[in-house]
Design a binder for this molecule. Structure first.
Ligand code: AHG
Ligand code: MN
Ligand code: MN
Length: 334
């Protein structure tokens, strides 16, 4: 029988390999995975736990918070603040950064997360998740918001956990994409797939079609061509999927290909898009790129953008390389 490789063993082996992950980063990733396991437990309790519905509060982005947004945020902070591996954390649910309290040792890493992605799906029992990204704190005393404003290309680890029919942790430390599935009986995450690849071509797109009338011309052109199917310029029929949780949509694309789009639109023209650069677009872009796909904001590679603020938003096109290149080209031709 093939040996089961746990996440712990995988990370220890990565640590042993020359030039791979340092011990503090290994610890950090184990702690994040443990926190995700706790979130997964809370999610699965549903109406039997006090986890459904609204928290009757708003976050810094002006979005209503769900109870689970707050629970997941607290679980991630509590799990990560005392280990000595982090200097500070930033989250979709917190306006400013969370500096590790000085009763604990300070580490050299910065952790960013979307504690609960797909909040609108919590109460309807559809897949949701946690997205995270890890940076190294720049040299110097103390830690500030400025330290977080690094391009995605500087990430040292990124991943997400999807709470769906299975709880699946998907991780990159810059050496391909690895998938772990939570074994609930054993309580540990087991490696179930290595070196995930996104096919270069696809016949499946993901976009919220209800925003169609608000899109910019290049997006309209791209989707119109897909919709014309085999009779149109693309010469093939396309399928559409939209879960409404980026984790679930990107997980599908990492598994079987596709293109995920959340473009800028005219509803709120002053915002670059809906999704956040630091803890949604960057980690997902790195995973997609590590799997051979690509990710742009329509003009440039997402991971090359230097953020100007913590909760910066960005237009997102990611997935199968040839489709992302096509819609990006439509932007430059417009
Ligand atoms: P969050 O729940 O963290 O606020 O993120 C929701 C995001 C993303 O997961 C998803 O792709 C998108 O919002 C869905 O947006 P629509 O409601 O426009 O479908
Ligand atoms: Mn999100
Ligand atoms: Mn969220």
């Amino acid at each position: 029988m093939p040996k089961k490789i746990s996440l712990t063993r995988y990370l220890v082996e990565q640590q042993r390999m020359e030039g791979h992950i340092p011990p503090e980063l290994r610890l950090l990733l184990e702690v994040v995975a443990r926190a995700c396991k706790r979130i997964s437990q809370a999610v699965s309790k549903g109406a039997l736990g006090d986890v459904m519905g609204s928290a009757e509060s708003e976050n810094v982005q002006g979005e209503m918070q769900k109870k689970l947004d707050i629970i997941a945020n607290e679980v991630l902070i509590e799990a990560n603040e005392w280990g000595g591996h982090l200097a500070a954390m930033a989250s979709e649910e917190m306006e400013g950064i969370y500096v590790v309290p000085n009763r604990y040792p300070q580490g050299e890493y910065l952790l960013m997360f979307d504690p609960l992605d797909g909040s609108s799906n919590i109460d309807v029992n559809v897949s949701i998740g946690t997205i995270f990204s890890v940076l190294v704190k720049p040299e110097g005393a103390g830690v500030s918001e400025q330290d977080f404003l690094q391009a995605g290309s500087k990430q040292v680890a990124a991943g997400y956990c999807v709470y769906g029919p299975q709880t699946t942790l998907v991780l990159t430390v810059g050496d391909g994409v690895t998938v772990f599935t939570l074994d609930r009986e054993q309580g540990s995450s087991i490696l179930t797939e290595e070196d995930l690849r996104v096919p270069d071509d696809t016949k499946e797109f993901a976009i919220n079609m209800s925003n169609q009338r608000h899109w910019a011309a290049p997006v309209t052109r791209y989707i119109n061509e897909c919709m014309q199917g085999r009779d149109g310029p693309r010469g093939k029929d396309f399928n559409m999927r939209w879960v409404g949780s980026m984790v679930a949509d990107v997980h599908r694309i990492l598994t079987r290909g596709g293109i995920f789009m959340y473009p800028w639109d005219k509803r709120e023209p002053e915002k670059a898009g809906k999704l956040r650069l630091l803890y949604e677009a960057n980690p997902m872009s790195w995973l997609i790129e590590q799997a051979g796909g690509s990710a742009t904001d329509g003009k440039q590679r997402i991971m090359d953008i230097t953020p100007a603020k913590l909760h910066e938003r960005v237009s997102v096109f990611m997935g199968s390389k040839n489709e992302v290149e096509r819609v990006t080209r439509y932007h430059s031709e417009a």
